[in-house]
Design a protein. Sequence first.
Length: 246
Amino acid sequence: MEYPYVIVDARYERVREGGVIVNRAILVALGIDWEGRRQVLAVEYAQRESQSSWKDFLLALKKRGLTGVRLVVSDDHAGLKAAIQEVMPEAWWQRCYVHFLRNALDYLPRKADEGCLQELRWMYERRNGEEARRDLRQWLEKWSGKYPKLCQWVENQIEETWTFYRLPQAHHKHLKSTNLLERFNQEIKRRTLVVRIFPNGASCLRLIRALAAEIHENWIEATRYLNMELLSEQKKEQLPQVHTAA
């Protein structure tokens, strides 16, 4: 089945293995289909996040029939990013802007001007990429003298967070971050906190998959999350025009 939008991320749970308590990754993929409905595509257990674990996860999704992916949203985990580029080279990649803004704090002194990041955040509310790039030039001129390390980092990295501007404007707020998956993870965490430490990996995956199935069913029965007719119209407009001889 085709899912134009896919969101991927990992969460960690505490599991007992060989008498030792370890943190293990739960890899999750959510999708939005052409009816505009959210769906849980996969939940898998992994020793850790790595390029190989993410590659296997994404390949398994494609083997099960995932096609037509137009955009993948994730954080900037190096292994995940490389796996997306290898397994889904035809898809656009959207780097989560929320994670990006958090990373920006690493390039600022502790007592930095709050207006600097606030103005950077506002660039994600523009109507299109042209407006955002115009504002970026002004922002760089204003802050490069005071925060040169931040400005250089932003200038080199920010385009990865603006892929969502290629989409219909009504879809921007839903696909510029991994917030949909973050909310999913929060619901899972609320239920797994009761367990605290799983006796083994199988019990961990079993419970999380059961919770994911419950969320999936609720989403299927809910109203449409997005109006995908907007994306269909955009795709038609982007098709090359075929000119026939008179």
